[in-house]
Design a protein around this ligand. Structure first.
Ligand code: FEO
Ligand code: CA
Ligand code: CA
Ligand code: CA
Length: 606
């Protein structure tokens, strides 16, 4: 936490109506301005963005990527105890790309079905993370600090280390790293989590779709089946016509007579992690922290740290019927020495939400007798919903590589797509968005996921036993059900929230507590006349007063939110706008960050 929390979480702005306009809407007295659109030059020779899509792959490697998502603002002086609201590092994810917008004429392929290698290079470069050194000029306008040593692009091709229990594990061996200590790139970076020691963890969410696996040629390992790796790849990167191994690796089909040392059959086992980036060390290599498990990581949220106590963080797996996890470090936190190695040893737990409002954290450690017993009993049986017949774990590394399977065996509660989490700085309660789940049937409902065909989603929250984040038990309730006008959230027979024009929403996704304890809820759902475009609302966690604060342009989702420490400038990301935005005069849409300020310079939302 940058600032000590304050208790006043009241909302002081007038809610805005839904909107279908192709522009950002904010309340009266506020201003919103687009910043850092896709293609903004930030490093190297600062190649200018060309609006006809003709920037090369090498140029994209020096420009802001596409499909902005989770983001955090690091005050430039935070390492020396400062909290500048005038200058800092804005670090953001680029989740995926729009092939029709990124090239002059969309994605092309050659007569033989291969793809021009520079198109592939550009697409890989538009993924990953941007670190952008930004500063307010004398007129109060934010700008990129030209030539700053901190400006950096990390892409789908950047060299990374494997850390934690999967480092050196045989199932991560590739020709690129025969000792399974390295891999290249981070992909589908959705949300993130700032660590208590000032680094950035970026999540690998829908990484499975980047890999091709020809199921006619070989049977898929469970490590791929449980994640849906199989069939063709989303962008055909493996078909790049240069034939270089940096592209061929996206085909993970075993070759006849080959092995893990000679083909890229294991490449997709090096994705699905939380990846640590130190924005203040531009030369540092990103670190894949495998202790936090391998799944469709939406993001991670750290509990407040206490000297001498373990580090605790939470992570959702955003797929239908997947789970919410918690990691508790083995070593205690001490501010003076804390770093990412704290995340390399510890225990991963998965949540069970009981129907009576209690909950439990189920250990996924083979050293835990209960879990080890369930693993032994599951052998030879089909586990979970995947139809996989379980054939055992050879080590704790194997458990973590197959985190979803381990959670199936542990008996965790399948959730309605857990997205972002947030911890209330005032009381430590943990909130998670459950964005929607159109596949849940009546028979599959439970108290925590009580709606069949849950198209609108809800937000769940819990209190850890004795307020201790490392506790093994918790009590939960539902903070709010999303939906149309009249949607009620009922507690003890009383409607504590009834949604109306000022706060209807669907598909809560991004979630963030600001430094004063206001909860910001962002949406990534369906748009129609009732709901208008995707939006962001603010909530008072104590009263459940919820008001619409922001509506995005046509076709976008609103994702990623952070403020400067003084809460006077808010950064919000607009991902995949559909129509030409932010510049109506350019003929392609561009993801961008929006800076929201209050015209009187005051606290956003107050
Ligand atoms: Fe990237 Fe779960 O949304
Ligand atoms: Ca999301
Ligand atoms: Ca989403
Ligand atoms: Ca999304």
């Amino acid at each position: 936490n940058v600032l000590p929390p304050k208790v006043d979480t009241k909302l002081g702005f007038q809610a805005i109506p839904v909107s279908t306009a192709n522009e950002v809407k904010v309340p009266e007295g506020y201003t919103a301005e687009a910043f850092l659109p896709w293609g903004t030059p930030i490093t190297g020779s600062y190649p200018e963005y060309r609006p006809d899509g003709s920037n090369t792959g090498a140029e994209q490697e020096q420009q802001v990527g596409m499909h902005h998502d989770g983001m955090h603002f690091y005050p430039i002086d935070v390492k020396s105890g400062g909290n500048s609201s005038e200058e800092g590092l804005l670090v953001m994810n680029h989740e995926y790309i729009d092939q029709s917008a990124i090239h002059t004429n969309g994605a092309t392929s050659n007569a033989d079905g291969s793809r021009p290698a520079d198109e592939v290079r550009k697409e890989i470069a538009a993924h990953g993370v941007s670190v952008v050194h930004i500063r307010k000029d004398s007129a109060g306008k934010w700008d990129v600090v030209f030539g700053s040593r901190f400006n950096r692009r990390i892409t789908g091709g950047t060299a990374m280390d494997i850390r934690g229990p999967l480092r050196g594990y045989g199932k991560l061996v590739t020709p690129y790293s025969l000792d399974a200590t390295e891999t290249r790139g981070t992909l589908n970076n959705c949300s993130m989590g700032p660590t208590p020691w000032g680094t950035y963890l970026t999540a690998e969410e829908n990484w499975h779709g980047y890999f091709a696996f020809d199921t006619d040629k070989a049977a898929r390992p469970r490590e791929y089946v449980r994640h849906g790796v199989g069939g063709s790849s989303r962008y055909d990167w493996e078909k790049a016509d240069s034939g270089l191994d940096q592209y061929r690796r996206f085909d993970v089909t075993p070759t006849p007579g080959g092995s893990a040392e000679t083909d890229y059959r294991n490449e997709a086992c090096t994705f699905g992690y939380m990846v640590e980036i130190d924005p203040f060390s531009p030369e540092s290599k990103p670190q894949k922290r495998t202790s936090l498990g391998r799944f469709g990581h939406e993001g991670v949220i750290f509990a407040p740290v206490t000297e001498g106590q373990p580090v605790v963080c939470y992570s959702g797996d955003d797929s239908r019927f997947e789970y919410i996890y918690k990691f508790v470090s083995a070593r205690p936190y001490y501010a003076a020495s804390a770093d990412g190695s704290l995340l390399d040893e510890g225990t991963l737990y998965v949540a069970r939400f009981n129907d009576d409002g209690t909950g439990e954290w189920l250990s996924l450690s083979l050293k835990d007798e209960t879990f080890a017993g369930k693993v032994a009993a599951a052998k030879g049986k089909e586990v979970g919903r995947s139809g996989i017949v379980f054939d055992g774990f050879d080590s704790q590394a194997d458990v973590l590589l197959n985190t979803r399977l381990a959670a199936d065996i542990a008996g965790a509660t399948p959730m309605d797509r857990p997205e972002w989490g947030a911890v209330d700085p005032n009381n430590g309660d943990v909130y998670f968005t459950l964005t929607n789940n159109s596949k849940r049937t009546d028979a599959e409902t439970d108290a925590a996921n009580p709606i069949a065909n849950n198209i609108n989603g809800h937000i769940i929250r819990w209190t850890e036993a004795d307020g201790n984040h490392a506790a093994m038990a918790f009590e939960w309730d539902i903070f709010v059900f999303a939906g149309e006008q009249g949607t009620e959230t009922v507690v003890d027979g009383e409607a504590v929230v009834t949604l109306g024009d000022e706060n209807i929403f669907n598909s809560p996704d991004g979630l963030w507590f600001d430094y004063n304890g206001r909860l910001w809820i962002q949406t990534d759902g369906y748009s129609n006349e009732t709901f208008g475009n995707q939006m962001m609302l603010a909530a008072d966690p104590a009263t459940r007063d919820i008001r619409r604060f922001f509506v995005g342009p046509v076709g976008c989702e609103v994702t990623g939110v952070v403020t400067t420490p003084d809460t006077s400038n808010m950064f919000v990301n607009i991902q995949h706008p559909r129509a030409n935005w932010p510049n109506a005069s350019e003929d392609r849409p561009r993801d961008a960050t929006v800076i929201v300020t209050r015209n009187d310079g005051g606290v956003i939302g107050a």
